[in-house]
Design a protein around this ligand. Structure first.
Ligand SMILES: [Zn+2]
Length: 385
């Protein structure tokens, strides 16, 4: 029973958190014991766990049986705009009298992690509520190319062959390069890779169906080339996937960022919209303006602390140790720079905002180091910074 219980990824997280309480592990690569005294200058001040601060808690909570369909959840945000989640991924759909517009097709939504025989397809999830009954799926929008967010798109196209698929042109370019060799690795994904977009756009596009409208915008590669903003003005809902994680530290390395300056810029761009609800694509927690402002403070703290670490002369000791292996020394230097930056960021007495991020946002203990590494290295070499 326990084994069955811990098969669910969220249960695995909880179980690991329980075990981690027995002995904390260090998050930083600081154990360069071969270095002479003085060259190994940064030690982690923070141990990691998988505990979730109150501000990061899922709403509704699947562990309390609050999901509307047991192992997945569908909820109306406002005026025909719904979101669906499995607790880890989020997607969105807009219902009009003429049909449905779907944004993203994460393959995990509908998968029952405890009993796979109970799993349903993403199409079943979309038709699990009264509001969608009898309506066709007319349009499908890709937020970006990553398969964990659109890997089930072919299931929607199989059910509705005439569905129009809309994406940024760079998303189309990336999907064209795909070989399909890795298809099937994600549970719940279709037998085919995501279908090619049937409509592309460059900067802005308005998607209309009946009386419902979505505005698509591309502002730069905040996550990857082609990742777009999806805005429902009437409902005051903004979706931007894999950039900002309300209540949480972003996924590792600034959410596997490709362009750090564009990533930082995205926070201001989000705040230019008039929205009440922000859909970030992950976890089971939506965001509001205050969440975005807080998340921005965390990133700006990391930026300031990465600069301070880059200017810390103590970290330069390493370069005198092994002149015959400059690049190896540089890798260690970057680890120590990230360690110094993370220690500063997670110390409320040092970090510029004065916030206690460990008690405020989930996974800051785990991921701040990787954000610092990414930020510091970009500040060092990215000419657009
Ligand atoms: Zn992504």
């Amino acid at each position: 029973m326990l084994l069955k219980y811990i098969k669910h990824p969220l249960m695995i997280a909880v179980t690991l958190a329980m075990f981690s309480a027995l002995g904390s592990v260090h998050a930083y690569r600081t154990d360069h014991g071969f270095l002479p005294p003085g060259a190994n200058v940064c030690e982690s001040h923070v141990s990691v766990s998988l505990e979730v601060p109150p501000n990061s808690q899922a709403v509704p909570d699947p562990f309390k049986g609050e999901f509307s369909h047991g192992f997945y959840h569908v909820e109306e945000l406002n005026d025909g705009l719904f979101y669906m989640t499995d607790g880890v991924y989020q997607a969105m759909f807009l219902v009009s009298k003429r049909g449905i517009i779907v944004v993203d097709a994460p393959p995990s939504i509908g998968v029952n992690q405890v009993d796979s025989t109970q799993s349903v397809s993403i199409v079943d999830v979309l038709y699990s509520i009264p509001e969608t009954q009898g309506l066709p799926i007319k349009k499908l929008i890709y937020s970006h190319t990553h398969l964990d967010h659109i890997g089930a798109a072919s299931i929607i196209q199989d059910a509705f062959p005439k569905v129009k698929i809309i994406a940024h042109w760079q998303t189309q370019q990336q999907l064209r390069l795909g070989t399909g060799e890795l298809e099937g690795l994600l549970p719940g994904s279709g037998t085919n890779p995501p279908p090619m977009p049937t409509q592309i756009f460059f900067k802005e596009k308005r998607i209309k169906l009946g009386k419902q409208t979505l505005h698509l915008s591309y502002k730069g590669p905040a996550h990857e080339p082609g990742n777009i903003y999806i805005y429902a003005a009437k409902q005051k809902v903004l979706m931007l996937v894999d950039v900002i994680f309300p209540g949480w530290s972003p996924f590792t390395n600034l959410a596997i960022v490709e362009d750090v300056p564009e990533y930082i810029e995205a926070y201001d761009e989000v705040l230019e919209y008039e929205f009440d609800v922000f859909v970030g694509g992950h976890f089971n927690r939506l965001g509001n303006r205050d969440d975005i402002i807080e998340a921005q403070q965390y990133i700006l703290d990391i930026k300031a602390n990465a600069l301070a670490a880059l200017q810390n002369p103590a970290l330069f000791q390493i370069f005198g140790v092994a002149p015959q292996n400059g690049l190896g020394a540089f890798s260690i230097y970057l680890d120590q720079m990230a360690c110094d930056c993370a220690n500063r960021t997670l110390d409320p007495g040092v970090t510029p905002s004065g916030n206690d991020w460990l008690s405020r946002i989930g996974n800051s203990d785990i991921n701040t180091l990787t954000h610092c590494w990414e930020m510091g290295e970009a500040m060092r070499i990215d000419p657009t910074f």
